[in-house]
Every structure is written in structure tokens, then in C-alpha cells.
Design a protein around this ligand. Structure first.
Ligand code: BGC
Length: 304
């Protein structure tokens, strides 16, 4: 097996990609980032990803070989290569045979994984979760809240704790990094909402450790001191690269040729009733608790 794979991290605002050295978990060459096409339909995202992969393979000739696998992390529940939900991306992803269609668009094998699961896998191998046993969560605080659950280092996929119900709605509507900016909250006020989410997670799962990732993990001093949850918290170490590195690792370790979704599958788009509409469209409508806290300057980097 080659020690190189390509990782792609599809987010609500940006698509990031790079060639990953699998032995060290670091990027070989540049990390590329382009804006997520709007609307983020499967066709538009696959085309943008194909362009990114072409840029990577031009810069990294060893990545051209078809044996270099591609892993794609996406904010969706992923089962057998089919995307089953769409929270911060176009609803066209619900019930979409993603690994089959990416393979067609990229002309090589592609493994699809939930974006937070990808980031978690990288963080557990190369970052803050190295050698951690027991129940550990990696949470990504960005446009939404992603969760990756590990038991003795093994991933339990698709946990989706951003969509736990707290105060009658999806927890991530208040605890995502983007929610702080959208609602004009101070770090302290946002930390109180995040704390409530973390305490609810602790009540259900009693984790030994929670690793906090996403753009805000580079500023832990701004909010971690306000958190009261019992569980030890540590910032993620791989930061922006975790999603890319983890998607590449997933592709290398899980293969793709034999995934059922490499054949077209008949999918009933109504078979998952709890489809979450794209947050971008519902952001202001869902806000019922406008804060009286002073508005801070927006920090798009922190929400990416
Ligand atoms: C999605 C998850 C994703 C998370 C972070 C949530 O809204 O439902 O699948 O992992 O956002 O992007």
C-alpha cells in the first residue's frame, strides 16, 4: 500500500483538500481551500472536488497513481457510501449514492465518511487523542457541531450529537462556533450554551475525555475557562488539517472498491424523515433567544 492518500474536507463554507503522508499524518504540499459552491448540490460539489484533485495531482506527481486513494469527509450521516442526511449542505445529498458518484466524477476509488468522524480519526491517531482509551469524544465546533465517538480508539460512526435536542431544538443551533457569530454573543455567553451541550453529552455517555476541534480550538483561552462540565477538555491539535488527514486515512484503511455503493443503489429519499434543512437558510428564523450581549466583530475564520 502506498503511504500517500488524498483527503477532502467538505464544509458548509469551504472545501479543503491536500495530499497526506499517512505515516506522519501531515500534509505533503499545500493545503488547498475553495469556497463551497452555493447551492452545494452533489453535482457542483463533485465538480469542485475534481478540480481540487487535479490541482493536487499536478503539484504532487506521486499522487497521480490510481492506487492513491481519495477520502471525502462530508457533513452527513454516511452509510455504505450513501449520504443519508444534510444539515449544512444542500438537501440533494439525502439518499445520494455519494461514493459511486464521486468515483465517477473523479475517475478513481473514493471512500466517503462523515466529516467529524474523519477529523476524529486523525485526532485520535496523531493529535490530542493519541493513546487515549475508554470513551472519548472529538467534537468539531464550526458551522455545525460534529461528533466522533471512540471506544478504546475504535470509532463508533455517525453519532450526530450536534442534533441532540436541547431546549426544544438542535443543540448545534446554540453551541456551534457559527452560532456565536450569528447571534452576536460574547465568548462567555456562547460558552454557557456550549457548556449546556457538553453537560448533556456527559449525562448520556460519561466520556473520559472530550477533545474540542474546529476553528475555535485555536482560541481555547477565550471560552474553555468558562466551561464547568466535569469531563476533562483538551483542544484538538491538528486544527484545520484534521478533516483532510482523517479522510485520507479513512480511504487508505477502508478501501473503496468493495463498497456496496460503488454500484448504483436504489434509495428512497423519504426513508430518513429527520432531514435537517440547511442551517444557512434557517439561521435567523430559528433564533428565538436573541442575546443582549454586546456584538463582537465577526470572525469567519473561527467558524470555518
Ligand atoms: C452535521 C454533521 C456534521 C457536523 C459538522 C452537523 O450539522 O449533521 O454530520 O458532522 O454538522 O460539520
Amino acid at each position: 500500500m502506498t503511504d500517500l492518500a488524498i483527503g477532502v474536507d467538505i464544509g458548509g463554507s469551504g472545501i479543503k483538500a491536500g495530499a497526506v503522508d499517512l505515516a506522519s499524518g501531515s500534509l505533503r504540499g499545500e493545503r488547498l481551500r475553495v469556497a463551497t459552491p452555493m447551492p452545494s448540490t452533489p453535482a457542483a460539489v463533485i465538480e469542485t472536488t475534481a478540480r481540487l484533485i487535479r490541482r493536487i495531482t499536478r503539484a504532487q506527481p506521486d499522487a497521480q497513481s490510481a492506487s492513491v486513494r481519495v477520502g471525502v469527509g462530508i457533513p452527513s450521516v454516511v452509510i455504505d457510501g450513501v449520504t443519508r442526511s444534510a444539515a449544512n449542505i444542500d438537501p440533494g445529498w439525502v439518499g445520494f449514492p455519494a461514493s459511486f458518484e464521486f468515483r465517477r466524477g473523479l475517475s478513481r476509488g473514493v471512500a466517503i465518511v462523515n466529516d467529524a468522524d474523519a477529523a476524529g480519526v486523525a485526532e485520535m491517531r496523531f493529535g490530542a487523542g493519541r493513546d487515549e482509551r475508554g470513551v472519548v469524544f472529538v467534537l468539531t465546533l464550526g458551522t455545525g457541531v460534529g461528533s466522533a465517538l471512540f471506544v478504546d480508539g475504535t470509532l463508533v460512526p455517525n453519532t450526530e450529537l450536534g442534533h441532540m435536542e436541547i431546549r426544544g431544538r438542535d443543540a448545534e443551533r446554540r453551541s456551534a462556533a457559527a452560532a456565536r457569530i450569528r447571534r452576536g454573543l460574547s465568548w462567555k455567553a456562547w460558552a454557557a450554551d456550549l457548556d449546556e451541550h457538553l453537560i448533556a453529552i456527559d449525562r448520556l455517555f460519561s466520556p473520559r475525555l472530550i477533545i474540542l476541534g474546529g476553528g475555535v480550538s485555536k482560541n481555547p483561552d477565550k471560552f474553555v475557562p468558562y466551561l464547568t462540565v466535569r469531563v476533562p477538555l483538551v483542544p484538538a491539535q491538528l486544527r484545520n488539517d484534521a478533516g483532510i488527514v482523517g479522510a485520507a486515512m479513512f480511504a487508505a484503511e477502508h478501501g473503496s472498491e468493495d463498497e456496496p455503493a460503488l454500484r448504483p443503489v436504489a434509495v428512497d429519499p423519504t426513508d430518513r424523515p429527520s432531514v435537517v434543512p440547511p442551517a444557512v437558510d434557517t439561521a435567523s428564523a430559528a433564533e428565538t433567544e436573541a442575546s443582549t450581549e454586546p456584538v463582537e466583530p465577526t470572525d469567519p475564520a473561527g467558524a470555518a
